[in-house]
Every structure is written in C-alpha cells, then in structure tokens.
Design a protein around this ligand. Structure first.
Ligand SMILES: Cc1cc2nc3c(=O)[nH]c(=O)nc-3n(C[C@H](O)[C@H](O)[C@H](O)COP(=O)(O)O)c2cc1C
Length: 208
C-alpha cells in the first residue's frame, strides 16, 4: 500500500492551467489553512501571515505583478504568504512575549532569549536578512499547503515569479510589518499532469 503522503506528493505538480469554473469548498480551504497554521517555525516565532484571496477583482489586480501568469486569475484561491521580519529582531519585546505565550517557565525565558539573540547575530544575520530568514519559514507553510491540498485532490502552483514591490502595492500591504515571501495558486487542473522529471535519487540523496 502506498503511503498516503507519498501518494499526495505524486499527485502534486506545478499546475499551469487551472479550471476557472471549479472552486475549492470552504471545508477544503479550512483544511488547507489549518495545515499552514500547524506548520513549524524556527524558535516558534510564527513571523508570518497567510493572505487568502478568492475575490476575482483582487486576483485580477494581482496578476500583472506576478509576471501576468494565468494561474493567478484562473485558480480558485491564491494564498499570498507574508513574512513578518520585524518580529525577528532579537531586541524586540515580541521574542520574550512569544516565549511566555508558548509556556516556557520564567527562568528558561531568559536563557532562551539569549540563545535566540546569539543564534541570530552569529549565524543568521551575517548570512541573510531577517526577511530572508522569515521567508524560509514561510516555505514550510507553502509545502504543507500544497501537500494537504494534493491529499484532497486539489492542485497548486507555487509562485515566485512576481515583482515583490508590485505585489505589496497591489494588495496594500503595510511593508513596515509584512513583506511578500511567496505566493501559491490553488484550484483544479484542466489537463493531466506532465511526466515527472527528477534527477536520479542517487544523485541527490547520500547516506553516510
Ligand atoms: C518556490 C517556487 C517558485 C515557483 N515559481 C513558479 C512560478 O512563478 N510559475 C510557475 O509556473 N511555476 C513555478 N514554480 C514551479 C516549478 O517550476 C516546478 O515546481 C518545478 O519545475 C518542478 O515541477 P513539479 O512541481 O511539477 O514537480 C515554482 C516552484 C517553487 C518551488
């Protein structure tokens, strides 16, 4: 028997042509956003937001900012995943509040914050911006959205083909807080998925 997650992963492909007349039910969308919500983040920061778009008017406004890709307007729903880099600043009150919210005992909070600060300052910020780091977490949400959708026979297309500033402008995003990380279109395919082309397993997996 095939593992149900592998089955979903086999079903998933980057869908280019969505049926514009087929809409995802509320029940399925609830399932998909639950998968996003349950996704893990480094240090449990949850520095993100999932903007779920079903309005045709909004999708039409968004499309030119996304290389004019037809998936944006043909898909039933588009989720714009926003990163919230302002929350990652180690000096911000949020780091303490978030540790407390997650039930860490008082003496552990102090140690945790120090550990976080050190990690960000020595490992993360020398290599990437807070935006890039928070966006990495957003991609975990993206993966879970796509796999959960696929497990219910719903297609998706991850979309990085966009102009960030134009997307933020089209959606009136307050960029002091949020920045667009990645976009995903969701709906139903009109054609069978093409043959999967992957590098051979041995060339990308090594057991040591
Ligand atoms: C982060 C990310 C961004 C992508 N952006 C686009 C995009 O803007 N437009 C598009 O048609 N496909 C996009 N793709 C789809 C990839 O081209 C596709 O996943 C890859 O070719 C493998 O094909 P498969 O997903 O059908 O297995 C993106 C994929 C990822 C993971």
């Amino acid at each position: 028997m095939m593992n149900p997650v592998i089955k979903a992963l086999n079903f998933r492909h980057a869908c280019k042509l969505f049926d514009p007349d087929k809409k995802i039910s509320k029940e399925h969308m609830d399932m998909i956003v639950t998968a996003a919500h349950l996704s893990p983040t480094s240090f449990g920061l949850e520095a993100w937001k999932f903007l779920v778009i079903s309005s045709d008017v909004v999708k039409k406004t968004l499309r030119p900012a996304c290389w004019n890709q037809p998936q944006i307007t043909d898909a039933s729903h588009v989720i714009v995943i926003l990163s919230n880099p302002s929350l990652a600043d180690p000096s911000k009150e949020y780091i303490r509040l978030n540790s407390e919210r997650r039930g860490l005992p008082e003496d552990a909070v102090k140690v945790y914050i120090e550990k976080y600060k050190n990690h960000m300052e020595t490992q993360v910020f020398p290599r990437m911006s807070a935006y890039a780091w928070c966006s990495k977490q957003c991609y975990i949400g993206l993966a879970n959205i796509m796999t959960t959708a696929a497990s219910e026979g719903i297609d998706s297309c991850p979309i990085e083909g966009f102009e960030k500033e134009l997307v933020e402008k089209a959606l009136n995003i307050d960029t002091n807080q949020y920045e667009v990380a990645v976009v995903v279109a969701l709906g139903y395919r009109t054609k069978e998925q093409p043959e999967r082309r992957r590098h051979p397993m041995e060339s990308v997996v090594e057991y040591i």
